[in-house]
Design a protein around this ligand. Structure first.
Ligand code: NI
Length: 206
C-alpha cells in the first residue's frame, strides 16, 4: 500500500515539474497567444524523438523501424546491478501477460553505455529477460542523442571501491510508452508492479 502511494506522489511530483518546465518554455518565446491554444498534455511534448542506433543483431535502426507498433522504451546498460535487473523482468512479465497482443509492442532496451554494450553484449543480455526484447546501442554521440530525446540522465561514476577500470552509470529508470506514431503516451516509474504495467499497456493497445 505504501509503495503504491509513494509511486503516485512520485508521478504527481514529476508531472507537476514537467508542467512547470513546459510553462517556463512557453513564456520564453511564444508570447500571450500561447494561452489561447487548446490544452495539450505537457508531458506529450517532453519525451521521444528521432534516434539512430544499432540493434542487438547488428542492424542499423531508427525510430521509423517501429512505426505502427507501440514502443516501450527503457534505458540502461548490461553491467547495471540495480535498476535494470529490477525493471527489465517487470517489462518481460507484462509482455507475457499481454499474450498475442504483445505483438503490437516493440520493447526497446536502449544502452547508456557505448563502451561495453556492443551488439553481441546486448544480444546476450536481452535474451536473459525476454525473447522479444530489442537491445539498441551505438556510438557515444548516438546514445547521447537518444538519451537527450527522452530526457534520460546518465552519469558515469568511477569510484575507488569499483576497482581499476571499473565503473557504474547512474541513469534514469522510467519506462516510456510511445504510440504507433512515435508520440509519447505515458510513463511508468521504476519498480512499477507487473500488474500495473500490464493494465496500462492493455488500456492503450486494446
Ligand atoms: Ni540500470
Amino acid at each position: 500500500m505504501t509503495g503504491r502511494i509513494n509511486r503516485r506522489i512520485l508521478l504527481a511530483g514529476f508531472a507537476a515539474g514537467a508542467a512547470v518546465a513546459a510553462r517556463a518554455q512557453d513564456h520564453g518565446g511564444h508570447g500571450p497567444s500561447s494561452a489561447a491554444r487548446p490544452p495539450l498534455d505537457p508531458l506529450a511534448t517532453q519525451f521521444g524523438g528521432p534516434f539512430s542506433l544499432t540493434d542487438h543483431t547488428g542492424k542499423r535502426v531508427t525510430e521509423a523501424e517501429f512505426r505502427g507498433r507501440f514502443m516501450l522504451v527503457y534505458f540502461g546498460f548490461t553491467a547495471c546491478t540495480d535498476t535494470c535487473p529490477v525493471d527489465l523482468p517487470i517489462i518481460a512479465q507484462a509482455l507475457d501477460a499481454l499474450g498475442p497482443q504483445a505483438a503490437k509492442v516493440a520493447p526497446l532496451f536502449i544502452s547508456v553505455d557505448p563502451v561495453n554494450d556492443t551488439p553481441a553484449a546486448m544480444a546476450t543480455y536481452v535474451a536473459n529477460f525476454h525473447q522479444r526484447l530489442i537491445g539498441l546501442s551505438g556510438s557515444e554521440a548516438e546514445i547521447a542523442a537518444a538519451a537527450r530525446a527522452y530526457k534520460v540522465h546518465r552519469r558515469k561514476l568511477t569510484q575507488a571501491h569499483h576497482g581499476q577500470g571499473q565503473y557504474t552509470i547512474d541513469h534514469g529508470s522510467l519506462t516510456y510508452l510511445m504510440g504507433p506514431d512515435g508520440r509519447f503516451l505515458t510513463l511508468l516509474p521504476h519498480r512499477t508492479s507487473p500488474d500495473r504495467m500490464t493494465a496500462v499497456l492493455r488500456k492503450y493497445i486494446s
